[in-house]
Design a protein around this ligand. Structure first.
Ligand SMILES: [Fe+2]
Length: 310
């Protein structure tokens, strides 16, 4: 297969971004979702609330936009769909309203928690993962030669736990430490992974390498490129990914503008937030092949075809 460097990669290289020499894209046109080992529906940051638009965020429109995405996904034999966090903007009842379009989805549906999903009263905070249908705050499953890792990037944060808890106190201390060190992602709406989850993540990457599975990571917060939206301890996560060639792709939400970068031969894909704009949608399907990931974007989401590192 003929390989070329994409225009986007070339622009990032010219801009001095930390792009590896493996920033290569297959030159063929984007594949249809029917020709791959595995196909996934991707959505992030529907961020629904029954509230008037604020700035570029049109909260109420997400019900119709998500319905459109579900209708599209239902046309294909997808293996599963996933929403990468911030299903709601605020208020516990918002989960009921935005769940309506999701009820029509004929595929297995996974959720990740995002920072806004915890913008509910303290009495509901610990119930958020359960409300999203999650059996654990972070998890992994194997399918057709791939291991999918679903991280909880709100693990170490000041918002995902009830006020007065030890978790909030620890996170507030860490946030102050990061701010003192002028770390750009030291923001109250970001979080980090605590040591137990970091160890679990590394163990999963190691096991996948032993069993020759390719790892695709889903997260709400990004870790690359360097950005104000990134996980507090993005460097710790990147160090693990560098050690385990089993990791072939990272896909996240949170930064509604979308983003993309290659690091150690791994694509780090930030999907565009659905809540943005009054009348344009953003979602995608991903086709996983033995040697590449093909993202077919819809609306504001661009299409990409990226070779896995070898
Ligand atoms: Fe977010």
């Amino acid at each position: 297969m003929k390989i070329k460097t994409s225009r986007r990669c070339l622009l990032q290289i010219l801009a001095g971004a930390a792009i590896s020499s493996q920033c290569t894209f297959a030159s063929s046109s984007t594949s249809s979702p029917g020709k791959s080992l595995l196909q996934i529906g991707l959505v992030t940051d529907a961020q629904y609330a029954d509230s008037p638009a604020k700035g570029s965020r049109f909260y109420r429109q997400s019900i119709e936009k998500l319905g459109t995405a579900v209708e599209h996904f239902n046309q294909y034999p997808l293996d599963f769909c996933i929403h990468l966090g911030d299903l709601i903007d605020h208020t516990w009842s918002s989960f009921d309203e935005i769940s309506q379009p999701l009820k029509g989805c004929r595929h297995q549906l996974h959720h990740l928690p995002g920072n806004h999903d915890f913008d509910v009263l303290d009495e509901f905070k610990l119930r958020v993962p359960e409300r999203l249908g999650m059996t654990a705050r972070y998890s992994a499953f194997d399918m057709k030669g791939f291991r999918f890792i679903l991280l909880d990037t709100n693990d170490h944060s000041t918002y995902a736990w009830p006020a007065g808890s030890a978790e909030v106190a620890d996170a507030a201390k860490e946030l102050e430490r990061l701010k003192s060190a002028s770390v750009k992602q030291a923001q109250s709406w970001n979080g980090g992974l605590r040591s137990a989850q970091l160890d679990w993540f590394e163990q999963n990457c190691r096991e996948a390498m032993t069993s020759k599975k390719k790892v695709v990571v889903f997260a709400h917060h990004p870790v690359f490129p360097d950005d104000i939206h990134n996980l507090w301890n993005a460097d710790r996560v990147l160090a693990i990914i560098e050690r385990y060639p089993s990791v072939v792709a990272w896909v996240n939400g949170h930064n509604h503008a979308g983003n993309f970068g290659m690091h150690s031969g791994v694509p780090f894909i930030t999907l565009h937030g659905m809540v943005e704009t009054a009348d344009t949608n953003a979602f995608a399907t991903a086709s996983l092949h033995g040697d590449r990931i093909v993202i077919t974007g819809h609306g504001r989401e661009p299409s990409r075809e990226i070779l896995f590192r070898t």
